[in-house]
Design a protein around this ligand. Structure first.
Ligand SMILES: Cc1cc2nc3c(=O)[nH]c(=O)nc-3n(C[C@H](O)[C@H](O)[C@H](O)COP(=O)(O)O)c2cc1C
Length: 340
């Protein structure tokens, strides 16, 4: 396939649960978990989209015609753009696509690397749901970020060991998965982690650790206390708590509180390069995109992911050009106006 429109049309044909709506905004799939939707009323997913629409980009059109660069780095690893694939698991169950999680991860990792980006991989209630994706990252010289659910200490430990052996660039843990009902009741249940337990995880890892699912200044301060290297400001795509805030709303306060002491990523409802620009202007170091990248993999595998990320990069460059920014570092708070 040659463009994103073709890829998305193909995804629509192949998804039998997700509707692949013209705008992936959580409205049609409210409460569809399992499925692609947000939990309960689906308000949290819908809010992610709505709040991003309340951030506006300011223009500065008197500038030179110099080349615009979206290049930056992820813990020292050079990336073409600060946009990463969010961890997604259960492709068959959630999208109704005939694609197993292993093939999904293989295509995802390859597509991200081809676009100069990186993928976070998922985890699930069966061991192979972590081991398979981790193996794929290892086969790509560790260029990816395995995401570990908040299991018991021993269950997290062996996963961290595999990540170390596979030379992963970093590990993430979606600590908010403690809100996923099916996993709380599974054979090896997930649970909450306190600061002391998180300190142990950081110590075990001996590599950058990123906590996914922070949604308050209080939570960010605890992450700092635990000594981790980064957080993902996220409501898990609206799938762990109905009626909660969106990442973009709390981002700026968290950025101020953290004051450069760890990396801050954000996700939830990002659908364009303009959206990415908004997060960077509010102080994020990078953005994760979930559902649309799943559509890209389902639609045309690695090629779909590459085409999608290139589209996002082009849009980001356009926003940067119109705001008078030549590099990612040039994107500052003054470049957006927040109306919430
Ligand atoms: C079907 C589905 C499965 C997901 N599985 C995981 C997972 O295994 N681990 C995780 O940390 N987050 C998971 N997430 C959350 C995403 O990583 C991400 O936070 C969210 O989808 C971002 O919002 P967006 O999809 O609107 O871009 C999942 C999300 C969806 C929609």
């Amino acid at each position: 396939m040659e463009n994103w429109q073709e890829v998305y049309a193909s995804a629509k044909q192949r998804c039998h649960k997700c509707r692949c709506c013209p705008q992936c905004n959580g409205a049609a799939c409210r409460g569809e978990t399992p499925g692609p939707g947000g939990k309960g009323s689906g308000n949290a997913f819908v809010r992610n989209i709505d709040m991003l629409k309340q951030v506006f980009i300011t223009m500065d059109t008197i500038s030179e015609n110099t080349e615009i660069s979206t290049q930056t780095d992820f813990f020292g690893y050079e990336v073409s753009l600060p946009v990463y694939a969010a961890p997604i698991s259960g492709i068959r169950l959630n999208y109704g696509a005939d694609l197993d999680d292993l093939t999904y991860t293989q295509e995802l990792v390859e597509g991200c690397l081809a676009a100069g980006s990186l993928a976070f991989s998922g985890d699930g209630m069966y061991d192979e749901m972590f081991c398979g994706p981790m193996d794929i990252i290892a086969k790509h010289q560790g260029y990816g970020i395995p995401t570990i659910k908040p299991w018991s200490e021993s269950d997290m430990e062996w996963r961290i060991k595999l990540a170390k052996e596979g030379k992963a660039l970093a590990i993430a843990s979606d600590i908010d998965a403690s809100g996923l009902t099916n996993l709380r009741n599974s054979v090896t249940p997930v649970g909450f982690k306190n600061v002391e337990e998180l300190k142990k995880i950081k110590k075990m890892a001996e590599m950058p650790v990123i906590l996914k699912g922070i949604l308050s200044v209080k939570g960010a301060r605890k992450a700092l206390e635990a000594g981790v290297d980064g957080i993902i400001v996220s409501n898990h795509g609206g799938r762990v708590l109905d009626d909660c805030l969106s990442g973009i709303e709390v981002l700026e306060d968290i950025v101020k509180a953290v004051d450069g002491r760890m990396k801050i990523f954000v996700d939830g409802g990002f659908r364009s390069g303009n959206d990415v620009f908004k997060a960077l202007a509010l102080g994020a170091d990078g953005v994760l995109i979930g559902r649309p990248i799943s559509h890209a993999v389902i639609g045309d595998g690695a090629n779909g992911v590459k085409l999608y990320l290139e589209k996002i990069q082009l849009e980001l460059k356009e926003a940067m050009a119109m705001a008078g920014c030549k590099t990612i570092k040039d994107i500052q708070r003054e470049h957006v106006c927040v109306k919430f």
